[in-house]
Write a protein that binds this ligand. Sequence first.
Ligand code: G1P
Length: 271
Amino acid sequence: MAVRTAVIPAAGMGTRFLPATRATPKELLPIYDTPAIQFVIDEAAAAGCDRVVIVTSRAKPSIENYASAASTDQVAVSVVYQESPRGLGHAVSCARQAVGDEPFVVMLPDEIMGDASLTKQLVALYEKSGKTSIGLKKVPVAEVSSYGNVEVIKSSAAASGESSVAITRVIEKPKPADAVSDLVIIGRYVLSPKIFDKLEQIKPSANGELQLTDGLAMLADDGELLGIVSEITRYDTGTPMGLLRAVIEIALERKDIGPQLNSWLKEKFTK
Ligand code: G1P
């Protein structure tokens, strides 16, 4: 079945960005002149989605305002609400009715990708296999504990960059000693609608949140979880420093302002 819906979880309070997020949700903070979430909406559209569902909080009414303004002929953007902050797994389950009994993309807006290639590959893999397919990245072992960590069936192709692997185990943010590999989950998932029943069954983790990773682990147990190991350019905008780097790097890539920014930076650092 074709993948036409993208879900963007955006209910967090953005406390790392205070005071900027007192009145502006972090997803609307600008990357130069474009709100961060717009990059994710554009990526969904480029990957063939014609519906975007943003899961947000009632404390962030400007997300709903933005969603109504962001719909185009190609993509309809709407919101659903997560009534309490109970984790990523809970946020995804809040979109169940809006998504329906169909596969869908989940895109974490704290990660801006250099292009839509990974999401396109995940959609193609889902459409070929019928199995949940998630983005993976190789990281230094010291960084594994910040992410969902996966064990995969060893495949020589996995080392070569962009090929698919079968995932046999998933653990959320393991202690370095408990890491099962150097592969971690990055914020792009193409989920089978089977995930919704799995999310009904999971228990809250130690911090009280329902983890999407625990639902994925159940799919892995059923032999229903694939990954694509990717080397895509990825900007982690979940911290103020990450956002600043994304602004500079993305602005440098732009034809309209890139050259101007580049010469200003050169001038500044050669003084
Ligand atoms: C979430 C997921 C984690 C994943 C990460 C990717 O964690 O729970 O499995 O690796 O996104 O960015 P968060 O960064 O929201 O704590």
